[in-house]
Design a binder for this molecule. Structure first.
Ligand code: SAM
Length: 429
């Protein structure tokens, strides 16, 4: 282990990380020679420290995840924002809206999903859930072509045949990223083979060609459109859109710096009707690893009304809770500060950690070794099955009253806090 890993350990974890975690972190040192990667890792560790994250719960898997983020940012995504999304990801945000008095008072309206990603699964789900609402998904990287293989791996291309993104299918999202160069070549070869076989016609039309193993689809987003759902190609600030009642912008702004966020919010303010809502933040699988700000349009001003986060952030198993691409990411800073307040209540922290540990072990996910460090249990579960178990554990803890107890800790510390209608810990900003 070299000086950098040791420095991280001493600076952010009181020198208490396990030897196995230190070895894993040492594998990131080469990448951390790049200043942006080093800043990214140190920012995350700093947030963990602020959130009083226990060194004994820093697992090898967490260190590995930080490595994946670094590798994905550097090698595969080449600095662009991935269109990655997940089915059911924003279900709880839709619950939040459904029970919001203003939303209930407006049985129909326009809903913008900004940076909807592809495939636009969350936008489709929202349009299905609110059939009286007109939903518009916007994204600057809606693909012109999709190449998909029978086992689900796929790649997206622009109109000139430049590969934009590729991903493993069926819960194997990371599989093809491990060898990004050959994956790019493979998909590009497939595009070159099938593109000439697409019937000549309007480039705006939906069309497809292929055999049982491979499919090339032109304008694949058209297949998702419905009577109350359309997609528009464009970026924040650069599209003419109708007056809107709700704007959702998730897993987009955290890639950008504070000034970009301010520009985005000013654009949202120019689109929202008086009283309209904007929800911006980060959301993981089924609203785990979730943090967001709720804004309300009041006259000409877009006013912050609430910051909320899911209970699992109190001691998350993944690194996204603490990941920030920029120093001025206010939402991660707020999250770390509030979790730090919650975790500094010794009685809550003891009860929460103990119950979480029991549930993790019962689910066959993690247990403590003789050395006192949390470690992954041997398992044949797929990553998606593990995610589902983690989601279930969060639901169980919520039902057992831990969200309400965390809210009480924040209230005792002087925050105006409550459990919001998505079941998240919310504070007035
Ligand atoms: C990670 S995806 C988020 C998908 C979906 N909103 C979700 O939460 O699952 C981020 C998307 O933001 C889009 N994006 C990047 N820059 C943008 C911009 N300036 N305006 C709007 N969308 C942008 C990307 O093209 C990408 O599809």
């Amino acid at each position: 282990m070299s000086g950098l890993t040791e420095k991280w350990n001493e600076t952010y974890f009181n020198g208490r990380l396990s030897p196995a975690v230190l070895s894993q972190l040492a594998t990131l040192e080469q990448s951390a020679r790049h200043p942006e990667v080093r800043a990214f890792l140190e920012r995350a560790f700093c947030h963990m420290q602020r959130a009083r994250f226990p060194a004994t719960a820093f697992t090898v898997e967490l260190a590995t995840q930080f490595g994946h983020v670094v590798q994905m940012v550097q090698d595969a995504w080449q600095g662009t924002v991935p269109p990655f999304t997940l089915e059911g990801r924003h279900h709880k945000l839709d619950n939040y809206l459904e029970s919001h008095p203003w939303f209930q008072a407006n049985p129909s309206g326009t809903f913008l999903d900004v940076g909807c990603g592809f495939p636009p699964l969350t936008t489709v789900a929202t349009a299905g859930r609110f059939p009286n609402w007109q939903v518009i998904g916007i994204d600057p990287a809606l693909p012109h072509y999709l190449v998909q293989e029978e086992h689900g791996d796929y790649a997206l291309f622009d109109e000139n045949g430049a590969l934009q993104y590729f991903q493993g299918g069926h819960g194997r999202a990371l599989a093809v990223w491990r060898d990004p160069v050959s994956a790019r070549e493979h998909f590009t070869d497939l595009w070159r083979h099938w593109r000439p076989q697409l019937a000549a016609g309007s480039p705006e039309a939906a069309a497809s060609v292929g055999n049982g193993r491979v499919r090339l689809v032109q304008n694949p987003v058209r297949h998702y459109e419905r009577s109350n759902l359309v997609f528009r190609h464009g970026r924040i600030g650069a599209l003419a859109l109708p007056a809107s009642h709700v704007i959702r912008c998730f897993n987009v702004l955290f890639y950008f710096d504070g000034p970009f966020r301010q520009q985005a919010l000013a654009w949202f303010a120019s689109l929202l009707v008086d009283g309209g809502l904007a929800l911006c933040g980060v959301n993981g699988f089924h609203s785990t690893r979730c943090r967001y700000t709720v804004y309300r349009q009041q006259g000409a001003d877009l006013v912050e009304t609430e910051f909320a986060f899911s209970l699992d952030n109190v001691r998350p198993l993944g690194g996204i809770s603490w990941s920030a691409f920029h120093d001025d990411d206010e939402e991660v800073s707020r999250l770390a500060a509030l979790v730090g307040v919650i975790r500094s209540n010794a009685s809550f922290q003891h009860d929460f950690d103990a119950r979480l540990d029991v549930l993790l072990t019962e689910a066959g996910l993690f247990h403590y070794g003789h050395d006192g460090y949390l470690r992954e249990m041997p398992t044949a579960m797929t990553p998606s099955e593990r995610e589902k178990h983690q989601y279930d554990i969060g639901e169980q803890l919520d039902q057992e009253g831990y969200t309400t107890a965390a809210v009480a800790v924040l209230q005792q510390a002087g925050h105006q806090a409550w459990r919001n209608s998505a079941g998240h810990i919310a504070v007035r900003i």
